[in-house]
Design a protein around this ligand. Structure first.
Ligand SMILES: *[C@@H]1O[C@H](CO)[C@@H](O)[C@H](O)[C@H]1NC(C)=O
Ligand SMILES: *[C@@H]1O[C@H](CO)[C@@H](O)[C@H](O)[C@H]1NC(C)=O
Ligand SMILES: *[C@@H]1O[C@H](CO)[C@@H](O)[C@H](O)[C@H]1NC(C)=O
Ligand SMILES: *[C@@H]1O[C@H](CO)[C@@H](O)[C@H](O)[C@H]1NC(C)=O
Length: 421
């Protein structure tokens, strides 16, 4: 009995001693993995040197956990880690890094070498630490540029863009279809946060640019930050929504590109099918289907979503491509179930685009009858809606299903004959 109590007490003490564990969004370092993780690493690191018995460290741990979670998506450029200096084995590392007080937070750039003890991060608030490491990343990138060495290709570029709009794609080796410029006044760095957040999407290149840049004269921008979208082919577009915080900027870009990107793929499929008219007689028969009436592909193409601004997927722009029906159903199902439902609110242009999309796809695609019935019911439901939440939409997708109206669940992809990027 007694020993059991002691055992439990011991367990509690040990549990309290370990401030972080493997389910936290950070790398746990120790004497064995510290150097191989931090040194010569392509991404930068932000490391908390802590002591699990220190009161400040214990009360700071939830902040650090939150901070690590906030920057989890910045891992293309920087990652968070911790090391417990109270442990005998770890202590020599903490000595080498001249850790004098706890917690100590240090920033390390890319390819750091032994002997570099890192830059001290002073802030202890989540957004304060974020701003401070953004400054460090900018410093790091500036000195890389000054030394004519290269910023690692996985990093996002936080430096102000200096080139012409036309040349923006030249700087990226990635498979980028859209570039975004966040226009900022003075020495604002609000864009950096968004650039880091969006760095995980390889399809889009996001840079910041100063509002005084000569390249921007023609746009007559008068409020900042502003957001410009530059498609690989097509005209630059100014997004008119009022945004000020990093979260709003990120959401606007995400929203804008995400919607077009996914409906775009479906639209390309539609175009490919339409060009195959002779083979697919069903295409014209579709016009007779009740409820699948006045869809107009051109309308979607040029007015609603400016697809012309985007580069069509190479495989789908080929009229002779054989796209498997199952893949198309998968794409549709995914777009409706996962992409559309991600929107907090569907209204205005977005909702109109969705209506046209559902109408057009019901009209042109030789789907099986149960799916056509489903689309027809969905179209009826949407017809008079002015606004609708993503949650509501998700619910409706379920409610509209019946024995003869089904949106198929995800089926194994069959692939496309020909290349697909
Ligand atoms: C990690 O610690 C948290 C408390 O901070 C706890 O809820 C969780 O169960 C722990 N996970 C593991 C795998 O030990
Ligand atoms: C960043 O994290 C994501 C998700 O956890 C992972 O899939 C990705 O490979 C990571 N990227 C790098 C560069 O470590
Ligand atoms: C070293 O620190 C880590 C936390 O970073 C801790 O999990 C580990 O137990 C410590 N000791 C050893 C021997 O690794
Ligand atoms: C760039 O060069 C300066 C001076 O030679 C040096 O102090 C600095 O560490 C270098 N920076 C990088 C990132 O190599």
């Amino acid at each position: 009995m007694f020993s059991k109590v002691i055992f439990l007490l011991l367990l509690t003490a040990l549990a309290n001693g370990d401030l972080y564990n493997s389910s936290d969004p950070m790398v746990l370092l120790n004497a064995k993995n510290f150097y191989e993780t931090i040194l010569s690493s392509r991404n930068g690191w932000i490391v908390e040197f802590y002591n699990s018995w220190c009161g400040h460290c214990i009360s700071f741990a939830p902040k650090w956990r939150e901070f690590s979670k906030e920057i989890k998506d910045w891992n293309h450029t920087i990652k968070a880690a911790v090391i417990d200096c109270s442990d005998e084995e770890n202590v020599s590392i903490c000595r080498d890094y001249e850790v004098m007080g706890y917690p100590s937070i240090r920033f390390f750039g890319a390819y750091t070498q032994k002997g570099n003890i890192g830059k001290s991060v002073k802030n202890r608030g989540v957004s304060g630490m974020q701003s401070e490491i953004i400054d460090f990343i900018i410093d790091e990138e500036q000195s890389q540029m000054a030394n004519k060495s290269k910023i690692p290709s996985s990093w996002v570029n936080l430096l102000s863009y200096q080139g012409t709009l036309k040349d923006i794609f030249k700087e990226s080796s990635r498979d980028v279809k859209n570039a975004v410029l966040i226009v900022e006044k003075g020495d604002s760095k609000v864009a950096c946060h968004s650039i880091l957040d969006l760095g995980k999407y390889p399809m889009v290149l996001v840079r910041r640019i100063n509002s005084e840049a000569a390249e921007l004269k023609d746009f007559n921008l008068n409020k900042f930050p502003s957001v410009l979208v530059i498609p690989l082919k097509g005209n630059t577009k100014v997004l008119l929504e009022d945004v000020s915080t990093p979260e709003e900027i990120t959401a606007l870009i995400f929203h804008h590109l995400r919607l077009t990107r996914n409906l775009l793929q479906m639209n390309d499929v539609l175009t490919a099918y339409r060009s195959l008219d002779s083979k697919l007689k069903q295409g014209s028969e579709r016009e007779d289907i009740e409820g699948a009436g006045d869809g107009n592909l051109e309308e979607i193409n040029s007015q609603r979503l400016n697809y012309d601004d985007d580069l069509p997927d190479a495989a789908f722009s080929n009229a002779h491509v054989q796209v498997n029906m199952v893949d198309i159903e998968n794409g549709l199902s995914y777009a409706l179930r996962h992409e559309v439902t991600l929107h907090k609110v569907l209204e205005g242009e977005t909702l109109e685009a969705l209506k046209s999309f559902v109408t057009a796809i019901a009209r042109y695609m030789p789907f099986r009858p149960s799916l056509l019935n489903f689309l027809s019911k969905l179209r009826e439901f949407l017809a008079h809606k002015k606004s609708l939440s993503g949650v509501e939409f998700e619910k409706i997708l379920k409610e509209l299903e019946s024995s003869d109206a089904k949106l198929p669940d995800k089926q194994p992809w069959r692939g496309v004959s020909g290349k697909r990027t």
